[in-house]
Design a protein around this ligand. Structure first.
Ligand code: ZN
Ligand code: ZN
Ligand code: ZN
Length: 379
């Protein structure tokens, strides 16, 4: 659980970062930025809920009257860190936000969260025609990237729960069931193991495994094929995201995987391990990507590694930093992200192995604990 004092610290750091960047105020709708600063998991509605956080003044949470109680009970609301202002059905909430901005802050820029609906952004811009707008990522990404001990603990709990589900599914029946059936089973198991919600459960069998974000469908899993399982959900507000690729033996397909699958699996596993070993404070994000990519290129499959090696994770499944060529962001203690190289052979199979790691002073603290070795299951 995240304590109220954390929210106070985060609000203070966000204010300081805003002031440093010539920003008058942050305007944040429902989403990860709002949850990060206040703990308020506001519902996303056409009615405006918005934190107005001036660099130099009182933080105000504007909420529709029917949501005001929930806002008041949020961690930052209950701790008195934000003032709750409810608005009624016939009020103009965008004007209310504009008035709060004009009342409390200088002439600097206004930053909105990057998921704020266009209808809200345009209404705010009409109400504040002299202001320049930008994205709150500019000041919040650096704060959100570095996780504190409580956040890493939640990410570890989520990772371990997802690991248990992978182990359960790999040990269960697969042959003859559709991808969609197995995907629904994963969803149930994630919540049984402590997740609040399942966000995704990719089950990609046979040639479907060559599509990294394949949507589980009607294809029945057969003996003698690879299955990619990429699963994740939310636990205590924090995300899990792990991938394992297993070989389903059994039936007439025989036990042993085809030789090229074994070679590709070995390459992905080595790329994943070497990228993990390269993690330490001060290393650039693009370097982690290139460590994995060098292994796969040397193995002759560079063209088939068709995505970045990883992404930051926390309140959102994908967030800064992105581990991709061209990213000069550097790792620091507390930064959490995925390492998930993959090789995809269209029409045949795919292999991906994904762990969540936290950068620590000693290197990578790998949050996932399920085996990364090739599992040949009876299915
Ligand atoms: Zn993905
Ligand atoms: Zn994933
Ligand atoms: Zn991922």
């Amino acid at each position: 659980v995240i304590s109220a004092s954390r929210y106070a610290e985060r609000l203070e750091r966000a204010r300081a970062a805003a002031a440093e960047n010539g920003v008058a105020a942050l305007l944040l709708g429902p989403g990860a930025d709002l949850r990060y600063l206040t703990g308020y998991a506001a519902v996303l509605l056409e009615r405006l809920t918005m934190l107005v956080l001036p660099a130099d003044g009182q933080a105000t949470l504007i909420a529709p009257a029917l949501e005001a109680m929930a806002a008041t009970e949020s961690p930052a609301g209950a701790a008195g860190l934000v003032e709750i202002v409810g608005w009624n059905e016939t009020d103009d909430p965008h004007r209310l936000a504009a008035e709060l901005v004009e009342r409390s802050s200088g002439s600097g820029r206004l930053l909105v969260d990057d998921r704020l609906w266009a209808m809200h952004v345009l209404a705010l811009q009409r109400g504040l025609p002299a202001r320049a707008f930008g994205l709150a990522t500019e000041v919040l990404a650096d704060l959100r990237m570095v996780k504190d001990a409580e956040e890493i603990d939640l990410l570890r709990q989520a990772a371990h729960a997802a690991d248990r589900v992978i182990d359960q599914v790999a040990a269960g029946r697969l042959v003859g069931r559709t991808e969609a059936e197995v995907s629904r089973e994963i969803g149930r198991r994630l919540t049984d193991e402590g997740h609040d919600t399942t966000e995704f459960a990719i089950v990609a069998a046979g040639p479907n495994a060559a599509s990294p974000h394949h949507a589980a469908g009607d294809r029945r899993i057969g003996p003698g094929e690879a299955v990619v399982l990429d699963i994740g959900g939310l636990l205590g507000g924090y995300c899990s995201d792990t991938t394992r690729t297993i070989w389903v033996g059994g039936g007439d397909g025989g036990g042993e995987p085809e030789p090229e699958f074994v070679a590709v699996y070995d390459l992905v596993q080595r790329a994943q391990a070497e990228a993990t070993e390269a993690v330490r404070p001060g290393v650039s994000c693009e370097e982690i990507d290139s460590v994995a990519r060098r292994v796969i290129v040397a193995g002759g499959y560079g063209e088939r590694f068709i995505h970045r090696v990883g992404h930051g994770i926390g309140l959102e499944a994908h967030e800064e930093p992105y581990l991709v060529a061209g990213s000069r962001r550097t790792l620091a203690e507390g930064v959490t992200f995925s390492i998930e190289p993959g090789i995809y052979l269209p029409g045949r199979f795919g292999v991906r192995i994904e762990d969540i790691v936290a950068c620590s002073a000693r290197g990578a603290d790998v949050l996932n604990v399920s085996s990364r070795d090739l599992r040949v299951v009876a299915g």
